[in-house]
Design a protein. Structure first.
Length: 267
């Protein structure tokens, strides 16, 4: 069966992350397509900031800052929707939630936006706005200096804010996940806010599409050991097989997440 472009792009990302570099010629042979087709696929990945053009092929991007929020929101939108709806199916009415910054948590908020009797605690205006039309949701939002383009509050003020609550669920994303399970972000202040969510929620849920695995964010903070559950959209890249083996009990793919949670007794 012929792979779709999206599936090919996923496999291209896996190859480059495993090897560090792949030539256009190598990829064309690997997928049995023309070099022109490969260039079109990798150009789209480079435009999204997931790969970097180098002479004769593509390599990993050198990143010290995240993509713009609007670009990230559009990136892998269908995968984020699958993650969001799978995560939302796990959250009962009458629940307290800490929801962190980032585009995937915003998608989760949108999927939960019509639910009843929720208490939402967040440092993201985007998350708060997703719930704002629903009178059955009580919203608490962090105070502090607003990051205008991202529309969130980070750092010590956000960390202190989350520390003032104890929530049933903490839902958060990350900038990247390293092969040893280390969680990565682009700013130390993002890490502080995220770690406070983990510390002050009874059940921590990391939501991440598979492009986050191996993504080269620079600031370390936290580990998969800190997470009760990880909701993703697809199988992990091949280089993350040790992670899949070690943390198989907490990993749930989008379509199977509800069944997995029920099997593990987390209904």
């Amino acid at each position: 069966m012929l792979r779709t472009a999206t599936t090919r792009q996923t496999h291209i990302l896996e190859i480059v992350r495993e090897q560090g570099f792949a030539s256009i010629e190598q990829l064309a042979v690997r997928f049995d397509v023309t070099q022109q087709t490969i260039r079109r696929l990798v150009n789209a990945l480079c435009d999204q900031g997931l790969l970097r053009r180098v002479h004769g092929g593509v390599g990993l991007p050198v990143q010290n800052q995240n993509l713009a929020y609007g670009s990230r929101h559009r990136l892998n939108a269908s995968a984020k929707r699958r993650i969001a709806h799978a995560t939302a199916n796990l959250i009962p009415d009458g629940t307290s939630l800490m929801i962190g910054l980032g585009t995937t948590p915003e998608y989760v908020a949108q999927a939960l936006s019509r639910r009843r009797d929720l208490r939402v605690i967040t440092n993201s205006l985007n998350v708060a706005a997703a719930f704002a039309h629903n009178p059955d949701v009580e919203i608490s939002i962090a105070g502090g200096t607003l990051r205008l383009l991202d529309r969130d509050i980070i750092g010590e003020s956000a960390a202190r804010f989350f520390a003032g609550f104890r929530a049933d669920f903490g839902i958060f994303g990350v900038g990247g996940i390293d092969e040893d399970g280390t969680l990565l972000d682009f700013h130390a202040d993002e890490v502080k806010a995220r770690q406070s969510i983990v510390a002050n929620s009874r059940t921590s849920v990391l939501v991440a599409d598979i492009t986050k695995f191996g993504r080269n964010a620079t600031v370390r903070g936290g580990h998969l050991d800190d997470c009760h559950h990880l909701v993703i959209d697809d199988r992990l890249p091949g280089s993350f097989k040790p992670i899949a083996d070690r943390y198989g009990g907490l990993i749930h793919t989008g379509r199977d997440a509800r069944a997995d949670f029920e099997r593990l007794g987390h209904t």
